[in-house]
Write a protein that binds this ligand. Structure first.
Ligand code: 8YV
Length: 322
């Protein structure tokens, strides 16, 4: 069946230039060409009559947005691997296929995780702040000492593609790696008690929301480090702040937050906390490849009329054709 002429794709954020070119080559592109989230009402208004949406993990993709888009909507390409922001059941009920972008961001995300772990253990951000402030300092055998990674135990929570890659990179730094997941590894409690550093790589689901709450944080080894590049709400931020203020944890490195882009003021204040603005997949290579996977998904659904490779709810496809 020939494709509908110039199917309309609405993208909610600025995109890498090569991705924009590819989208414009195939579709009528409505682009919210800004880095910040557009006002919700603008998103809802622009979605009306769209054949496809291209969304990011901080967009709320729910029944309201699906209904605002209306009956032409066939596919939502999520620019990211996590999709806790998408109401998959609502999409499926309306015959809308949702896709994500796995694999191509695994390396970038694992690299940033190790970068954060090193920054925390070796006090890189703290040293950077000190030098920038112009504080007096001099080389001395006891100045700004950190902890080496070699010989320490890393506990990886969630053993999917990213968790495994983090494990591989950590092992290359001489770390002993243990993991806990739903289907393999050691029990979470044991991991928390054993690990010198804990790194989170689970999707956000009702089961993993506040997985690291008051109790779990209390089970961590005194003086342990926490790294989170998954989703902010996997950690109870208030409980984490309490554990840090009490000195039970030696530090935390966070790329994601419960209420992004807001960050708990205590976290911003603490020297032993490293903060990055959700940049784990932010390399030119990964972001371009993620965009190309979105383009592929849109072309598959709208031109080829086939279920895209990374469909999260392929059953929606048959429903739409029924
Ligand atoms: C975002 C992410 O996709 O993939 C995920 O789940 O959280 C990030 O990689 C990225 O910020 C682009 O939208």
């Amino acid at each position: 069946m020939p494709a509908p002429p110039r199917a309309r794709v609405v993208a909610t954020r600025r995109l890498p230039a090569p991705v924009v070119s590819e989208l414009r080559a195939s579709f009528e592109l409505v682009l919210h060409d800004r880095v910040e989230a557009p006002p919700r009402d603008d998103v809802l208004a622009s979605a009306a009559g769209a054949d496809a949406l291209l969304t990011v993990p901080t967009d709320r993709v729910d029944a309201e947005l699906l209904d605002a888009a209306g009956g032409r909507l066939r596919v939502i390409a999520q620019y990211g691997v996590g999709h806790d922001n998408v109401d998959l059941a609502a999409a499926t009920a309306r015959g809308v296929v949702v896709t994500n972008t796995p694999d191509v961001l695994t390396g970038a995300t694992a690299e940033l995780t190790i970068a954060l772990l090193l920054a925390l253990a070796r006090r890189v951000a703290e040293g950077d702040r000190l030098v920038r402030r112009g504080d007096p300092w001099s080389l001395s055998p006891t100045f700004l000492l950190g902890t080496g990674l070699a010989g320490r135990t890393l506990g990886v929570v969630g053993w999917g593609r990213i968790g495994r890659e983090v494990g591989r990179l950590a092992a290359a730094h001489g770390m002993r790696v243990v993991h806990a997941s739903r289907s393999s590894g050691i029990p979470l409690d044991r991991l928390l008690a054993d690990a010198d550093a804990v790194s989170l790589h689970t999707p956000l689901t009702p089961e993993t929301r506040h997985l690291l709450g008051e109790e779990a944080l209390a089970r961590m080894r005194p003086g342990a480090l926490l790294v989170n590049t998954s989703r902010g709400a996997v950690v109870d931020e208030q409980a984490l702040v309490r554990a840090l203020l009490a000195g039970r944890l030696a530090g935390a490195a966070l790329d994601v937050f419960e209420d992004e882009p807001d960050v708990h003021p205590e976290l911003r204040r603490l020297e032993n906390v490293v903060l990055t603005p959700h940049i784990a997949s932010a390399t030119h290579e990964a972001r371009e490849a993620m965009g190309m996977l979105c383009v592929e998904a849109l072309r598959d659904a709208l031109f080829e009329r086939t279920v895209p490779r990374h469909a999260l709810n392929p059953v929606a496809w048959s429903r739409a054709d029924a």
